[in-house]
Write a protein that binds this ligand. Sequence first.
Ligand SMILES: [Zn+2]
Length: 302
Amino acid sequence: MTGFVCLFCGQASTPAVVSRQLRDDRTGRHAVVRCRACGHVQLFPLPSLEEEEAFYADDQQARLVFASENFVPVLLEKKKLDLGRRIEWLRQRLPHGGRVIEVASGYGAFVDGFSRAGYEAHGIERSPFRLSVARQGMNGVFHEGALDDRFLMEHAHRFDVVFAFHRVLHARDAHAFVRALLALCAPGGIVHIEEPNLGDSLMSEIPEYANHRWQVSHYHYFAPASFEQLLRSAGAGRVAVEGLQRYGLRHLLQWSDHHRPDLSGDAAPPSTPTLARIEEFYRRDREQALTCDSMIGLVEPA
Ligand SMILES: [Zn+2]
C-alpha cells in the first residue's frame, strides 16, 4: 500500500483494505481500500493510462460479439426501464422541451430516447466504436471526444439538463468531472447524476454481492454523504441527493438464495397486483433510508 494518496481528500496514508477480491481483476494487483483520513472508498492502485485504454478496448470486442445482427433493438430493450424513468423525470423538469446532453453517452440509447420524446438531445462519447453505433442507429446529436477544455469552451452554459449515468465512479478526478458537468449547464438548468450507492444494505448482508460490485474500472465508491460532499465541492448552488432502487425483488431473492447475479435481467414487471404492491413498498423503503442500490444527485449552478 505504499504511495497511496486519496483520490478524494488528497492525503497520503496507509489505507485500510476493504477487499482484495475484484470480479474482473486479472492481475491480482488491485484492491478496494478506505482512506484513513476521510473514509473514502476507492481502487488502489489505479490502472495506468495504457491499461485503462486496453481495458476499454477489450470491452468493445466483447460488445461487438454481443452485437451480432440485432444490436440496436437488444440494446434498447436492456435500457428500457432506466429510459422510461429518466424520460418521466425529464418531462417533469422540462415539460415544454429543451436542450439536454448525456456525458459518456455510449451507444446512444438514452440520447435516442430523449430525442424521440421531443428534446434537442446531445451525447458526447470518447469511444469511436460506440459513437459509430450511435450515429448509425440513434436519433440525436453525437459529439466525439472527452469533456476537455475545448468542448467546454464551445458548449459552456448551453444545456438545460446535463446527464451523467454511472460515470463519476470511472473518473480519475471526480471533482474535476463534476465541475465540467456544471460548466455545460445553462443558468436555471440542472445537472442530473446517477451513481451506485456504497450504502446499499445488500453490500454488507451478502458478501458475494459486494464482491460482484468491486471492479477494476470503478475508481470511486460513493455513499450518500461523500456523494453530497463531492457535489457541494463543485462550487454549486442547490444540491440534493435522492435514493433510487433500480433493482427489484427478483434481484434480491436471486442474490439471497443463490449468491450470484441473475443474468437474464430484471426487466419483467411484477406478475400480480399483490407482488406489484410489495415491490413498490420494497423500493420506497430502501430509497427513503438511502440503503438502496443507487443515488441521484441534482446540482444547480450557483
Ligand atoms: Zn481521503
